[in-house]
Write a protein that binds this ligand. Structure first.
Ligand code: G6P
Length: 369
């Protein structure tokens, strides 16, 4: 058992530590010497891609959260409207689909029943469907027009970690491709962003190597809580969703993610002394706004844990605990800032005596509705 876990105490930690490799493997061979992105498996020409005027990302669970990240990138870089929807919702409404709609189905297992049903429905309605999956030859791969594999290799822990990173990297490639096809990104910009994307492998490694103690301290601050809030803005809001899901999945601590600016419309009522607020407060265009939201929480006694950019000492004025990530461009911040949240969830779960690899009531893949 220990051998299978490669010397790690659980599969979740082993898989978290594999993430730098997942970034590298997912990117191998993706940039041609000409500076063009090479994603042949998509099976569509630049001309066919140029027609796309709407994107839906459909997925469930953690894969859905990868979609929330992708929306920011696809709209930001390619300027194509993008909606993200839970597959279980998408399949039962009547979404607006035309032949110029691209549906991106994201599924680690490639066999989630709702996601498959949504793919089938979208294709009947004439959409082009790309699959992003971790399992070669899986139903999602077979039933899509094209597929990108996430190169995470087999994921054993029920709570998804390395697959999420593979999904976000793959979706970032797709957003770069669409940006280039739509003429919104130059070849030089794509090349620069591609290299920065590759650099996140090292940056994740830095978090893994240096933030263990900070994560442990933060986990101690959460372990006896009844509930926790995860907040952020923009990319930070998207990342918060995954942080909250990880925590509730494996530690059974109630957690909710909220856009930081929306706190005053409800969740701030929950805050009383000691209430944990976990903030994604990395340097971004909305950093100052997030910090003022945190001050409002602090004034009500919240215990604040911030994921912040290395070198940001000011954040300590408002945060009780800080976990650092290296400075990266906001667009790529999900890849680095998610890692401390995975580690935090695992540490809280362990402190609460939970089985991190096999949480109660959950299955690794959900092949029935
Ligand atoms: C289950 C798993 C989650 C996963 C979700 C979607 O709920 O426990 O970890 O995110 O299914 O799975 P998929 O294989 O489609 O990504």
């Amino acid at each position: 058992d220990m051998a299978e876990k490669g010397g790690y105490p659980d599969f979740m930690l082993k898989e978290i530590f594999e993430q730098p490799r997942v970034v590298r493997d997912t990117l191998v061979g993706r940039l041609a010497p000409t500076g063009e992105l090479d994603i042949d498996e998509l099976g569509l020409t630049y001309e066919q891609l140029d027609v796309i005027d709407r994107v839906y990302v459909i997925a469930c669970g953690t894969s859905y959260h990868a979609g929330l990240i992708a929306k920011n990138l696809i709209e930001g870089w390619a300027r194509i409207p993008c909606e993200v929807e839970a597959a279980s919702e998408f399949r039962y409404r009547n979404p607006i689909i035309t032949p110029s709609t691209l549906v991106v189905a994201v599924s680690q297992s490639g066999e989630t029943a709702d996601t498959l049903a949504a793919i089938r429905d979208a294709r009947i309605k004439g959409a082009k469907v790309f699959g992003i999956t971790n399992v070669v030859g899986s139903p999602v791969a077979r039933e899509s027009d094209g597929v990108i594999y996430t190169k995470a290799n087999k994921e054993i822990a029920v709570a998804s970690t390395k697959s999420f990173i593979g999904q976000v990297v793959s979706l970032t490639l797709l957003a770069l491709l669409l940006g280039q096809v739509k003429g919104k990104l130059t070849t030089a910009q794509v090349r620069m962003l591609f290299h920065e994307l590759g650099d996140t492998a090292e940056q994740i490694q830095w978090v893994l190597d240096t933030q263990k103690e900070a994560v442990h301290e933060a986990a101690l601050a959460c372990k006896d809580a009844r509930s926790a809030l995860f907040v952020g803005r923009g990319m930070g809001a998207a990342i918060s969703n995954e942080g909250a899901l990880k925590l509730k999945e494996i530690s059974y601590l109630h957690a909710e993610a909220y856009a930081a600016g929306e706190m005053k419309h409800g969740p701030i009522a929950l805050i009383d002394p000691g209430f944990p607020v976990i903030a994604v407060a990395t340097k971004s265009p909305t950093y100052d706004k997030t910090v003022s939201n945190l001050k409002e929480c602090e004034a009500r006694g919240a215990r604040i844990i911030a994921v912040a950019t290395e070198g940001d000492e000011d954040i300590r004025k408002v945060a009780d605990h800080v976990i650092y990530v290296p400075a990266v461009r906001d667009a790529l911040s999900a890849i680095t800032a998610t890692v401390p949240l995975q580690l935090l969830a695992r540490e809280v779960a362990i402190l609460r005596g939970c089985d991190v690899d096999q949480p109660r009531n959950l299955a690794k893949s959900v092949t029935v509705e």
